[in-house]
Design a protein around this ligand. Structure first.
Ligand code: SF4
Ligand code: SF4
Length: 512
């Protein structure tokens, strides 16, 4: 055993994040935990016939606790702590020590976990009582069908001998059976099995998944009519067929978890199938520049929007995705005027496969405020019908979605809930390439843990459950179509919010 360090060696001053408790009366030394942990926490010591744990390696993903056949393991936050200090919290001290030891930017995965106000928890919904009847969704039809794309200012009809015909040529719109889409998650950031599970579930339920910026593998192009395909700054996997098999083409300008930041998929994760899908050499870093190098103005954006419309024969709606930053409403107005059919806005709590922690936790604004201000601005300018608005970043249940639609969104993207449905425990280690649940990894041993047949079933169940809950809430409000809820802020009231917050949200306080 080594007790003395050489001069140049640095001993880590970090405290372990998690405590690994193994109940001796239950452990049968089967070594399942050892095999399940990609981080190498558990090991078996033959000499003493005991199981050991290296707590410094534990990330709290709970895979071992779930898979242990005798439920002998308890993984919980480590009780060792620094002297309580409101200014210097444990996280701040640990991050600083980590940087003193590594000299690097701290990377992380998942979404921002900081306690910024979650407005969903300060907004309550209305219900019909006496003067307007509630509707029972189990007995009466309830419409969640949503159409994404530009809508006309007016429709023209011809009347010929009693025959009525629509003269206006309709803009391309995409029909989905529920206002819930799966967020952009690229093949490369997530495993093939996770990517395929999302595609299968979207196809089965009649909604859309989003390829992210990593392309769409050839053998999955059969799911194209349920795909939103991204054209991002790295242009990975982009070819005419990619655009033409899709339902919607999306230009990615920004992402809620890392506004203003590009992406980096390290070369070791660029395996043969990923290199083929992204159209880059195997083993090379996939670098997405922070800006789109051909977009420096709204006019440039318009050029790309129309280039994509040309490439798809004006048959696909073109979406533009941005992160919610301070002047999001003005930017959205410019995007609508530039010719986009859909605007996707991604809030500060949006997830990521990898981002600098300092950016993830400090840049951007909450999606609730962004939806309200974008919808209000587009209405005020008389151009709300020119775009559909998809909100992303921070939806945790169906009530959040109902509130988002009442604030003005047409539909929502869900990323983190989809990952949790597949098994994710929000350990925030997606950037390491080790995901014990087989979701955010390219390690074949880990990714085969995720069975697409089972994972897609879990995703479909989630969509079904949330859609049924949305119908329940609509029925309680006396509304029988999601269309009637859109931008209907009378259905919302704020609780415990300040005057300026109510004003931005465009809602009254409870009791008013
Ligand atoms: S999986 Fe459970 S029972 Fe098996 S060795 Fe680990 S702690 Fe013991
Ligand atoms: S996807 Fe995997 S690595 Fe990422 S937070 Fe979830 S469990 Fe952790």
């Amino acid at each position: 055993m080594k007790f003395l360090l050489k001069k140049e060696e640095m001993f880590s001053f970090m405290l372990p994040e998690f405590l690994v408790e193994r109940r001796g009366d239950r452990c049968i030394k089967c070594r399942v935990c050892e095999r399940q942990c990609g981080f190498g926490v558990h090991s078996y010591d033959e000499m003493s016939n005991t199981m050991r744990a290296d707590e410094m390696k534990c990330v709290g993903c709970q895979r071992c606790a779930v898979m242990c056949p005798t439920k002998a393991l308890i993984i919980r936050p480590h009780p060792s702590d620094y002297r309580p200090n409101a200014n210097w919290t444990r996280e701040k001290i640990q991050d600083l020590k980590k940087q003193a030891e590594s000299g690097g930017v701290i990377l992380t995965g998942s979404g921002c976990d900081k306690p910024y106000r979650i407005y969903w928890d300060h907004i309550v919904l209305n219900a019909a009582q006496v003067t307007n009847p509630a509707i029972d969704p189990l007995r009466e039809p309830m419409e969640l069908r949503t159409f994404l794309g530009r809508k006309h200012d007016k429709l023209e009809f011809s009347f010929d001998g009693g025959e009525v015909e629509l003269v206006t040529e309709l803009y391309p719109n995409v029909q989905i059976e529920t206002p819930i889409l799966f967020s952009a998650m690229s093949y490369g950031a997530i495993s093939y099995n996770a990517f395929k599970s999302l595609a299968m579930a979207a196809s089965e339920y009649g909604t859309l998944f989003n390829t992210g910026e990593g392309g769409l593998p050839k053998e999955l192009r059969k799911f194209g009519k349920n795909a939103v395909v991204q054209c991002a700054s790295g242009r990975f996997g982009v070819d005419p067929e990619y655009f033409n098999v899709a339902a919607i083409v999306e230009i990615k300008i920004g992402q809620g978890a890392k506004p203003g930041i590009g992406g980096h998929l390290p070369g070791e994760k660029v395996t043969k199938p990923i290199s083929e899908t992204r159209m880059i050499p195997e083993g090379t870093d996939a670098l997405s520049p922070a800006p789109q190098h051909d977009i420096y103005s709204i006019e440039d954006l318009s050029t790309l929007i129309y280039a994509l419309k040309e490439a798809t024969n004006y048959e696909k709606p073109v979406s533009v995705k941005i992160a919610t930053v301070h002047n999001v409403a003005a930017i959205a107005s410019g995007i609508a005027r530039a010719g986009a059919d859909i605007i996707a806005i991604d809030g500060i709590r949006g997830g990521t496969g990898a981002a600098p922690k300092i950016i993830r936790d400090n840049v951007g604004i909450p999606i609730e405020l962004a939806i309200a201000s974008v919808d209000e601005r587009l209405r005020r300018e008389g151009i709300r019908n020119k775009v559909s608005l998809i909100a992303a970043g921070g939806f945790r249940n169906s009530a959040d979605i109902v509130k988002a639609i009442a604030l003005g969104a047409d539909a929502v993207y869900i990323g983190t809930p989809a990952l949790i449905a597949m098994g994710c425990t929000l350990c925030q280690k997606c950037h390491t390439g080790i995901c014990n649940w087989g979701i955010c990894t390219q390690d074949p041993q880990l990714s085969k843990r995720l069975n697409p047949e089972i994972a897609s079933k879990r995703l479909v169940n989630l969509l079904k459950a949330w859609s049924n809950e949305i119908k329940e809430m609509l029925g309680a409000m006396g509304i029988n179509a999601i269309e009637s809820l859109r931008g209907n802020r009378e259905m919302l009231r704020g609780v415990g919010l300040q005057e300026w917050e109510l004003e931005v949200l465009g809602i009254k306080g409870a009791g008013e």
